[in-house]
Design a protein around this ligand. Structure first.
Ligand SMILES: Nc1ncnc2c1ncn2[C@@H]1O[C@H](COP(=O)(O)OP(=O)(O)OP(=O)(O)O)[C@@H](O)[C@H]1O
Length: 319
């Protein structure tokens, strides 16, 4: 659905996106992740033609954005909704009118607008706020209005630029649930820009990690988080503090073995002592992942590794 090849984007003489390659499938929730200034928003905005690009290709629905005429671009943008961190609502208009704005622009008839806006209010759970003004709403409610407005023209893609960054954790959770519902029930492909790991973990199917305009990691959420590589570890700020004696082994439990009693079975079978240095279990989208670091005596290394290899648990020696 979205195909980006060898994309280069300059602002003046500064190269901001450096040879980006990625492809986003229909129906996915895809995240562009990275620290501030990594180029996430710029990359997102090339997808709906809000930013131009100097080199490479950005194809959406099979069409190259750079080669679209103005009128083609207008029709194309109709199929792509967008939401922002600060909602971008019109303060002098009611919730109803905010949501109706794109429909009025495209000159839909009155009856259709009324029924469409009411349907959208129901989807986002704001049936009782049609006549309220944005200033009378909480942050989460404002974002719901913005989502309803973004869905008004029945887009195939929804772009979300830090849509939950200004919200508290509980509101973030409810907005993410809404985005998941929209993805699942309306079949809309969603591309999310975020610097919040919790957002990526709870909704995305796949992600790319951007650093200085370069994709430094990519793949399914399970792949990125199950056994984070050096780039992911740096981004996550996870600095493992481990004992200096013996051998430290990091264990990663994929969902297939997440609930197996691997460690207690190993201790019983091998009759070896080990320390648990640290561990965590977390929810990734709809699956569960465990991560544990153990410390063993150097002389036990071979037999412990031999045992672990048979369990399906991923492992690495921490140097
Ligand atoms: N209109 C612009 N003109 C010049 N430089 C820009 C413009 N927009 C963005 N940049 C620069 O491009 C780089 C990437 O910005 P971008 O907003 O895409 O990053 P980001 O990863 O989305 O970060 P943030 O979350 O802080 O917005 C930054 O160095 C920024 O200063």
């Amino acid at each position: 659905m979205i195909q980006i090849c060898n994309l280069k984007k300059y602002f003046g003489s500064n190269l901001i996106l450096k040879d980006i390659n990625l492809s986003i499938k229909k129906g996915e929730i895809f995240a562009l992740v990275g620290h501030s200034g990594a180029g996430k928003s710029t990359l997102l905005r090339t997808i709906n033609g809000l930013e131009n690009y100097q080199d490479g290709s950005v194809k959406v629905f099979g069409k190259e954005i750079k080669s679209m005429q103005k009128s083609q671009l207008r029709d194309f943008r109709k199929k792509i909704g967008m939401i922002f961190q600060h909602f971008a609502l019109m303060s002098r208009k009611t919730v109803f009118e905010n949501i109706a704005t794109p429909l009025r622009f495209w000159k839909y008839d009155k009856a259709y607008i009324t029924s469409k806006v009411n349907e959208l209010l129901q989807i986002v759970g704001l049936e009782d706020k049609a006549n309220s003004y944005p200033s009378e709403l909480s942050g989460g409610q404002k974002q719901r209005v913005a989502i309803a407005r973004a869905l008004a023209l029945e887009p195939e893609i929804l772009l979300s630029d830090e849509a939950t960054s200004a919200l508290d954790p509980n509101t973030t959770k409810s907005i993410l649930e809404l985005l998941k519902k929209i993805n699942r029930e309306l079949g809309i492909t969603i591309v999310i820009v975020t610097h919040e790991m919790e957002v990526v973990k709870s909704v995305a199917d796949r992600a790319v990690l951007l650093d200085g305009g370069v994709i430094v990691n990519e793949g399914s959420i399970q792949k990125l988080f199950l056994k984070p590589d050096k780039n992911m570890q740096k981004f996550l700020g996870e600095e493992a503090i481990v004992p200096e004696n013996g051998v430290n082994i990091a264990l990663y439990f994929p969902k297939e073995v997440a609930f197996d009693c691997v460690i207690t079975n190993m201790a019983r079978k091998l009759d070896k002592d080990f320390n648990i240095v640290w561990g965590k279990i977390e929810k990734l989208n709809d699956s569960v992942l465990g991560h544990l670091v153990i410390n063993i005596k150097s002389e036990d290394k071979d037999c412990v590794l031999e045992y672990i290899k048979k369990t399906g648990v991923l492992w690495e020696i921490m140097e």
